[in-house]
Design a binder for this molecule. Sequence first.
Ligand code: PA5
Length: 444
Amino acid sequence: MPVKLNSNYVKSYINNNELVAIKPQIEAAHQTLMNKNGLGNDFLGWVNLPSDYDKEEFSRIKEAAKKIQSKADVLIVIGIGGSYLGARAAIELLKSPFYNNLKKETPDIYFVGNNISPTYLNEILSICEGRDIAVNVISKSGTTTEPALAFRIFKDLLEKKYGKEEAKERIFATTDKSKGTLKNLSDSEGYETFVIPDDIGGRFSVLTAVGLLPIAVAGCDIDAVMQGARDAQLAFAENDDNNDCYTYAALRNILYRKNKSVEMLVTYDPSFTLMTEWFKQLFGESEGKDNKGIFPTAATFSTDLHSLGQFIQDGSKIIFETVVDIKKPKQDLFLEEDKENLDGLNFLTNQNMSVVNRKALEGTILAHTEGGIPNIVLEVDEIDEKNFGYMVYFFEKACAVSAYMLGVNPFDQPGVESYKKNMFALLGKPGYEAQKAELEAKLK
Ligand code: PA5
């Protein structure tokens, strides 16, 4: 199993009776998931669609990726939230956090439309100067302000640089199959489009064109990604005692009921840091509803042991940690002995650096567990495309089951609308006139 749950370090917080007592709840959540839309659990990306994923669209993604690789030095990926984070996390994890600085055959990839900072956008525009550009704009609704605004700017840039005809060869849109502003605009301009299937929400869309096109442009093997997800689908299909995905959901739920209301996803490899951002997005937007939910946060150790480590060890006991333990790093570094040993570090030498990282992990798990912080450990063999697909599926399914166990719908996000309404009103969007006056009065 590429991802294996190790529950040794939560055992002192959760007893067997509690694990038995929660079984009916897991079964109910499992059934809800299986019956969703009457189609089976077709929500986790293409792997779960009843008719399998769209093979024609999948090969078009590969073709588009090749075209982008041959035409562009820089790919600009425009999207926000679930519609961009998975791809960004995949590229950092599978390639490198320094992907753009590596010597490589594939284009640099920058992500915009995920904030409204003019400084950020200006900096990326200047990086693009004198370079050949392609754009992948991603929005399911097609109306989200941040990506729509960034796309307006890059569309204009490409049309000025290449002319309208060539610009349309360099713009790829991933959006709804038939409706929305982006779909209409793409059809009228003649862009190649990729579909975000109806049943798949933004944060569950990494394993569709949303994630797969940028991931393929970076030179990752998307067949292997899908194979890993398929393997996980089979491994976690049944609700039985061997289903680590459901056991993880159950442990989270029991800990939450014991007032452990913050889950910290911990990694010991900075290339996994963006995956922890994706995790926060996935669980935060799916579970945090009706005044319920575990607050998802994350840390990269040992970096954050020198800051958050203090709070975790000695602060209020509201946290549990889920540690992603990658057994084999992508690269290792042999530490040579130094004859003079002026820095006193010879006790660390004549071994690989990964051993030092492992001892940090083991020592921290013991210290935190003894300090009142339950640790769930997810053991991952190694990092490759297959295991990435497997992990994505694992977390997505665990998230959906967890939300149903809490009694909330994992697939909507009503809370996100409130800030948007206020922002539109304050910006004077037609139709929001009454709210504008009301909000401005509050701001005085
Ligand atoms: O997971 C989600 O549903 C959200 O994070 C969306 O992906 C995000 O709000 C962007 O939405 P859209 O793709 O419609 O622009």
